[in-house]
Write a protein that binds this ligand. Structure first.
Ligand SMILES: [Zn+2]
Ligand SMILES: [Zn+2]
Length: 298
């Protein structure tokens, strides 16, 4: 019954839907747009590729070389360019630096994959729906999210919440890793996962480019912990904030690192090298399975 849906579930749907758009917009605006560098304007006549630093002169799935894809090619390194290099993970992938592209359904960023707009829109709706569904289940007591008051002494509650967050992350990481490995089986790769690997150097708005069936499986894993773990609602909210932020950052092309814990280069490396770093956002399952590539080139 539509009228029996809790307003909290609708609120959750909107938080995920608009939260994703707002967060990704802010990220792109501050990093990409604020890096407009006239000095980097191309000199197509003088194809001086002296900035081709760490990458292969890579070929995208579309079959074009990056220098052809870009209408921006770094002509020479200036101080500003050095600044640019300090945050861009794949620093020869500057296609869209200096430009602001809003949400895919509203703008047409060049070189996007087939059906990018419709696929990302479906997935954003799907992710928001699963979030709303999880809230609705918790209100109807169909999962194990607890709303107990602070009955513990303060420090005990904090310890419990930290423990629950870590446990949820552990469960998510294990399931995500094997789900992702399965997606790399030839059959499933051709069927589903090739979409997500279209982007070798993901940027804001690229993270939702996943086949919706694969995405639904991933959202079940992401939102799964409260269906098999007893979690305080604060634990689940913090867990989702961590996962949401990391999911966006992992596909942002922006270098952010918490030593020994988290590095945006890890998943970026998965996109550029394909057969390493299946685990995200945290690398411990890759370390366990010896599929971890730290990517030291920066
Ligand atoms: Zn993959
Ligand atoms: Zn990815």
């Amino acid at each position: 019954m539509i009228d029996s849906i809790s307003p909290y579930s609708i609120l959750t749907f909107n938080i995920i839907f608009f939260g994703y758009i707002i967060n990704t917009s802010i990220l792109q605006y501050f990093f990409y747009t604020s890096s407009t560098l006239p000095s980097r304007l191309i000199d197509n006549d003088n194809n001086n590729d002296d900035n081709k630093d760490n990458n292969d002169s890579s070929t995208d799935m579309s079959g074009q070389t990056s220098s052809n894809i870009t209408s921006l090619t770094v002509h020479k390194i200036t101080n500003n360019d050095n600044l640019l290099m300090s945050w861009k993970i794949q620093s020869n992938k500057l296609d869209n630096v200096g430009r602001f592209y809003g949400w895919p359904i509203l703008s047409n960023k060049p070189n996007r994959g087939d059906y990018h707009r419709i696929i990302t829109f479906i997935n954003l709706i799907l992710a928001s729906f699963v979030a709303g569904f999880t809230t609705e289940c918790s209100i109807r007591k169909l999962n194990y999210i607890r709303y107990d008051k602070i009955i513990y002494i303060f420090s005990s509650l904090i310890i419990l919440i930290i423990f629950e967050i870590l446990l949820a992350i552990l469960c998510q990481s294990i399931l995500e890793y094997y789900w992702h490995r399965i997606m790399h089986f030839k059959y499933f790769y051709k069927l589903f996962h090739k979409y997500h690997h279209y982007y070798k150097s993901p940027e804001p708005w690229d993270d939702m480019y996943i086949h919706p069936i694969e995405a639904f499986g991933y959202y079940c894993i992401l939102y799964g912990p409260p269906f098999y773990l007893s979690l305080h609602y604060l634990s689940f909210i913090v867990y989702m904030i961590i996962m949401g932020i990391c999911g966006i950052l992992d596909h942002s092309g922006i270098f952010i690192c918490i030593p020994y814990i988290y590095n945006t280069k890890d998943h970026d490396k998965h996109h550029s090298k394909f057969n390493v770093n299946y685990s995200f956002p945290f690398p411990f399952m890759d370390i366990l399975h010896q599929t971890y590539d730290r990517g030291r080139e920066k």
